[in-house]
Design a protein around this ligand. Sequence first.
Ligand SMILES: *Cc1c(COP(=O)(O)O)cnc(C)c1O
Length: 349
Amino acid sequence: MSFSLQQLIRKNIASLKPYASARDEFSGNASVFLDANENSLGSPLLKWYNRYPDPHQKKLKSVISSVKSVPATQIFLGNGSDECIDILFRIFCEPGIDNVIICPPTYGMYEVSATINNIEVRRSPLTSNFQLDTIHLENLVDVHTKIIWLCSPNNPTGNSLNRADIETILNNFNGIVVIDEAYINFSRQKSFIQELMDYPNLIILQTFSKAWGLAGLRLGMAFAQEAIIEIMDKVKPPYNINQVTQDLAVEALQEVGMVNDMIKEIVAMREALAKVFQQIPVIEKVYPSDANFLLVQVKNAPSVYNYLLTKGIVVRDRSNVQLCEGCLRITIGTETENTLLVDALAAIE
Ligand SMILES: *Cc1c(COP(=O)(O)O)cnc(C)c1O
């Protein structure tokens, strides 16, 4: 059997006639817009926010296209990656019938979104060195397996998945393979984005929330071949990316140099912090990281977590997560914040 997008998508989605917004129905030159029931007088804010945003995000996509070297037709934008994740479940997975595979420990939203959509989740845990168990994973696949969710670099473990393993899955699985690359900018590994044309079943997720420093805007990107992007566009709410986000993201994308500098600085601080952590008695293990956080194993994680809270420092307690027993996930902060953290941890015992 080979990959067939038409067979993978749910029947109701295949036959869906998308909502045509006022701005879709009219294309051409006009100066008087009386088609969308907006407030023609203006708004208390900047004048143009009285208008609905561009449902196709044309300007923003063209700028992303040139920054990422991916045609605009292969880009989908979501209200955060979280919206992209939800839309993929709704396109491909029939509630109560289909299933997906995740590789824990990993990002929690794949499972939450699956549960909201009443989709069975099958688990292929990572190995002890946080890599894919491809044989186990492939044994979980049946005719109802629609999506395999991979996260590389992975949250919360911080490492990248072996490229050869990902390629094996892309080549052998006839369903959708999602690679969540939220942390790719902090990684030594290269993105799969240049491989898009080789794999009709590949969807790559990236986000403005991490390296771009724009978590507050809620803007996620999905990259795939055009056929998949067209279906995602059909299913999304017409105005899912608001005009403020579209305008500010276009502005931010002019600052690639500044963002690259921040990435370099964060990676340098990550490496320095990992070294310092190794000298701190309460820290038993520092895992290698390709992301903007460090996973560390500490003595009595919940009590270290609570102790840090008393110092006003919040980290993520992952000690109850399988394969992350005793671990805290710590985001790289500013130089000042990192020093506060190190001083607090060094004072234990
Ligand atoms: C932070 C993160 C995201 C980002 O989600 P947004 O909705 O775009 O903020 C996506 N995937 C992973 C694995 C993450 O850790």
